[in-house]
Ligand binder design. Structure first.
Ligand code: DGL
Length: 268
């Protein structure tokens, strides 16, 4: 038994969609969330700079002696997860790639899969690579949707402008007769309704959260917590007053502590 926290990181509030389910599924765990909101978006940055950010994020979380670290960011998972595992061999990392790929392969019937994500995730092509490694006869169509992240950070989950943007981005994919669409960014589950409406009823949206929970269950059954008073602490590198609204009203996460961290400081 140990009290070490489960740590989760993303560039901003996207990973909160992951945190919410973890709070529900693992109420005895101490949870620490890191959102690098000061340097968001990650999804337009180069692999070189993202690796540097991922090291700083990980080093900050290592101070809490985590039992595991969840990379709740598709961009960081795409460009830095293998690199982080090599650099920090003692840390157990769970990324979003495997759970997403497993689920997409389970769901698709016509073997035509769409992927939407940040420009860096789409350019890196990790999902395409992993999907084709497991199944050869797939048709895969990708589309970067860079404006989705600022729309989510702005809280425009159901705004007419968001519909307009979604129509422009998704129109091409709609014509490809895909039956499965990978939400390749943890910000996108906030836009599920908009994306579903634009893509139509026949589409299955893949959000990796169920797969992450499954992987966590395996690991946590071997490393259970005995916390008497488990806590949820959220660190952001820039605190926007709107985060509290998302946590309380939308995600209904109660009893959390919100703190600021400067990830650029030498001793972090
Ligand atoms: N939520 C992150 C992801 O899953 C990226 C958002 C950003 O561009 O910072 O890719």
């Amino acid at each position: 038994m140990n009290k070490n926290p489960v740590c989760i990181f993303d560039s901003g509030i996207g990973g909160l969609t992951v945190l919410k389910r973890i709070v529900e599924e693992f109420p005895d765990e101490n949870l620490i969330y890191l959102g690098d909101s000061a340097r968001l978006p990650y999804g337009t940055k180069s692999p070189k700079i993202l690796k540097k950010f991922a090291i700083q994020d990980t080093k900050f979380l290592i101070r809490f002696n985590p039992k595991l670290i969840i990379i709740a960011c598709h961009t960081a998972s795409s460009v830095a997860s293998d690199f982080l595992r090599k650099r920090f061999p003692d840390i157990h990392f769970i990324d979003v790639i495997n759970p997403t790929v497993n689920q997409a392969l389970k769901i698709t019937k016509n073997k035509r899969i769409g992927i939407i994500g940040t420009p860096t995730t789409i350019r890196r092509g990790k999902y395409k690579e992993e999907l084709l490694k497991r199944k050869k006869n797939l048709k895969i169509f990708s589309k970067a949707c860079p404006l989705f992240v600022p729309l989510v950070e702005e809280g425009w989950f159901d705004h007419p402008v968001t519909y307009q943007v979604a129509k422009i981005y998704l129109d091409g994919l709609k014509k490809k007769n895909i039956d499965t669409l990978i939400l390749g960014c943890t910000h996108y589950p906030f836009l599920k309704n908009v994306i579903k409406k634009v893509m139509g009823n026949g589409i299955n949206l893949v959000d990796p959260i169920d797969g992450i929970i499954e992987e966590m269950k395996n690991y946590i059954s071997k490393n259970p917590s005995n916390s008497k008073n488990p806590s949820v602490t959220l660190y952001f590198s820039d605190i926007n007053p709107y985060f509290k609204k998302v946590l309380t009203n939308l995600l209904k996460i109660k009893n959390y502590r919100l703190k600021h961290v400067n990830l650029e400081e030498k001793n972090v």
